[in-house]
Design a protein around this ligand. Structure first.
Ligand SMILES: [Zn+2]
Length: 421
């Protein structure tokens, strides 16, 4: 049976490549979220052709769902003998803007030297095509399903996934009451299974001073000076403290096995048209990206920042320092000992001839929604493409990876929900 499935995948190679190219040729650039409808219809039609019951799900009520840039998700269901176990394969359709530095057309869909090139080739249209074709290979191999397979193609992962995966989970379409396993074919390398990600805390610090004439700065309070004290304290105090912590999660690259803090932006003073105004800066804002570990909890992560501000604030007594939370995502981690991870690990081994490594992602992806909102504990990312290609100019995915990931996913579908021979 397994050989029959693997043969069907090999026979489907051209079809998998062509489907990936068709997806790349629809520029679903996010932000702002372009051409989602065209892409959803392409996925819907393909799933229907492959025997799925398919619904389009519009993200009604979400502020980013507008008439100019509507948000629409696709959910396909291939019903087996029973509803459970239910395996859900989820891929996001949005891609980040191409950016500069391309030597070829990012949306033409080009095959060259065994690679598929284009924005979204790795992250993650190859993964979506791979998941869909993996399930179809079982059908062509005559495998019947005991359980049920679902495939969703969702929007907005690159901007948080709130109108996409989160929306489907909140609507009750995907949750632990109807779904047992989730695999997200993100590009984490064909020989690695990603079990989760670190947490995120985005915050803004605003420094408020008092305006005065620039020729008499002693009459005012300079907000930029206040911010520079904050930045110094972060560099000298907080960052070394963070560097001394370690996580047990197998985060890659290794330098991300500790908490990190990035200064995203600093804006201050009163910029004039050509010259700065001759004033003491009365305000300065900075945004920060703090990534935290499974071993840290958000309350203490935030307290560390607010205590630092209190301390610095004592030397900036005439000014004011304000902390605002912008976004919080808790870390997630799936046990490597669960049914999903053991089964997928065996499937990868059967295809590649070696055990996969377990990794965790330094940044977040839709896993958080399936676990935090949907309550589904067994969720991993596994798919074709190398992580380093994501969001790069001349992004590519190797065809060999694409076929191998499809085989591993196909064996996994058979293992988790297929009828045993
Ligand atoms: Zn992605």
């Amino acid at each position: 049976m397994k050989n029959r499935i693997l043969e069907r995948v090999d026979e489907m190679t051209e079809e998998i490549i062509d489907f990936t190219l068709d997806l790349i040729r629809i520029p679903t650039v996010n932000p702002p979220g372009e051409n989602y409808r065209d892409c959803a219809e392409l996925v819907r039609d393909r799933l229907r052709r492959f025997g799925f019951d398919v619904e389009l799900s519009w993200s009604e009520g979400r502020p980013e769902h507008t008439s100019k840039h509507p948000r629409v998700n696709v959910v396909g269901r291939l019903q087996g003998l029973r509803d459970r176990p239910c395996l859900h394969l989820n891929g996001h359709v949005d891609v980040v803007p191409p950016g500069l530095g391309w030597s070829l057309d990012p949306f033409k869909g080009i095959v060259r030297d065994g690679r598929i090139y284009g924005r979204g080739s790795a992250d993650m249209k190859a993964g979506l095509a791979s998941a869909i074709c993996a399930v179809e290979s079982l059908r062509r191999a005559g495998v019947h399903l005991d359980g049920t397979v679902e495939i969703s193609a969702t929007v907005d992962e690159e901007s948080g996934g709130f109108a996409g995966a989160a929306w489907l989970c909140e609507a009750g379409r995907i949750h632990s009451g109807n779904t047992d396993y989730v695999i997200i074919p993100e590009p984490l390398n064909v020989d690695r299974i990603c079990i989760g990600h670190r947490g995120v805390y985005w915050f803004e610090i605003e420094s408020l001073g008092r305006i005065a004439h620039g020729s008499m700065p002693f009459l005012g309070v300079n907000a930029i000076e206040g911010m520079s004290r904050v930045l110094e304290a972060i560099r000298d105090d907080l960052v070394p403290r963070l560097a001394s912590r370690r996580t047990e999660m197998p985060v890659v690259p290794r330098d991300a096995r500790r908490p990190t803090l990035n200064i995203n932006s600093v804006v201050g003073g009163q910029p004039g048209q050509e010259f700065p105004t001759p004033c003491v800066a009365d305000s300065c804002q900075a945004t920060f990206d703090r990534r935290f570990l499974l071993e840290e909890d958000f309350t203490s992560v935030r307290a560390e920042v607010s205590e630092l501000l209190n301390r610095v604030g004592r030397d900036f007594a005439d000014g004011q320092l304000i902390l605002r939370d912008l976004m919080v995502v808790d870390p997630v981690s799936t046990s490597t000992d669960c049914r999903l991870v053991r089964g997928l690990g065996n499937s990868v081994d059967e295809v590649l001839g070696r055990r996969p490594d377990f990794v965790a992602s330094p940044g977040t992806y839709d896993h958080k929604h399936f676990f935090r909102v949907g309550g589904i504990e067994q969720c991993v990312a596994y798919g074709p493409g190398v992580l380093e290609q994501a969001h790069q100019p001349d992004e590519w995915c190797s065809i060999e990876d694409l076929v191998n990931a499809t085989k591993a996913l196909a064996l996994s579908v058979q293992d988790l929900v297929g009828r045993k021979p």
